[in-house]
Design a protein around this ligand. Structure first.
Ligand code: 5GP
Ligand code: ZN
Length: 114
């Protein structure tokens, strides 16, 4: 289940390089190329789903694994506090249409997000 034109499918397939920090059966986590916090990691399912809701409907086990993988990376990097974000739709800033969970940590954060 991959899309030949999808950047994150290519990262999962190791056709595009990325700094991978954690892998599980269903997920791959790698550092964001344009980090918005001292720690900014993207956790993606190995299979191609356009957004978080599609993944949750199609593969709930992988959906849960995104969160547990993000928590494992936060713990491994010494962060008890972190923020998880799924952007869904171009109108709120989604630019890559392969589900990805942002895990951001290492600085104070404001609420609501911009
Ligand atoms: P979105 O805006 O879709 O929620 O998040 C996409 C994220 O992917 C952005 O934070 C962006 O910096 C990151 N990104 C885009 N291209 C690449 C890339 O080639 N490699 C990595 N590691 N991150 C990327
Ligand atoms: Zn993809």
């Amino acid at each position: 289940m991959s899309d030949a034109d999808c950047l994150f499918c290519k990262i999962v397939a190791q056709e595009v390089p990325a700094e991978v920090v954690h892998v599980t059966e269903r997920t791959v986590a790698f550092r964001d190329i344009n980090p918005q916090a001292p720690t900014h990691v993207l956790v993606v399912p190995r299979d191609h789903y356009e957004n978080a809701a599609a993944l949750a409907a199609g593969d709930p086990v992988a959906s849960a694994e995104l969160v547990t993988a993000a928590a494992a990376v936060a713990t491994a990097e010494g962060h008890a506090d972190y923020r998880l974000v799924f952007n869904t739709g171009a109108g709120v800033g989604q630019t890559v249409f392969h589900t990805h969970l942002h895990m951001l940590a290492g600085r104070p954060m404001t609420w609501p997000p911009g």
